[in-house]
Design a binder for this molecule. Sequence first.
Ligand code: FES
Length: 148
Amino acid sequence: MIKFRVNGKGHSFDGDMDMPLLWYLREDADMKGTKFGCGIGECGACTVHMGDVAVRSCSVPMSALDGGEITTIEGLAQKSRLHAVQQAWIDEDVAQCGYCQAGQVMATAAFLKEYPTPTDADIDENLSNLCRCGTYYRMRKAIHRAAR
Ligand code: FES
């Protein structure tokens, strides 16, 4: 049996420890905001935070979670106030189909903790989530807006 927290709430699990965290979030915890894209750690649609670090939840086994603190897109806003990245995404009208955007927002929120005033080069080097609609230009504007 492992215990961990998701968005500040206690969770426990004693099933298949090789199961990906993404499966747990979507199926066991019924949190559908974190998306399945590739399932092999390549696209970033499933990005959540473990502590302050962005991870691809399709590639994190449940065995890695004991004592951990997970934040998903559902827990990023604090009380009724959107996270600065969420607000910037709205202000810059980033989303097109929207499927990858929860992962993009989570990856960006973790990135800005490490790079509070990023350059375009920092963004290019550190953010690798994929967007098949190609909203990269608007995301870049939103990242700079969130960093202000
Ligand atoms: Fe996890 Fe693509 S679904 S990286």
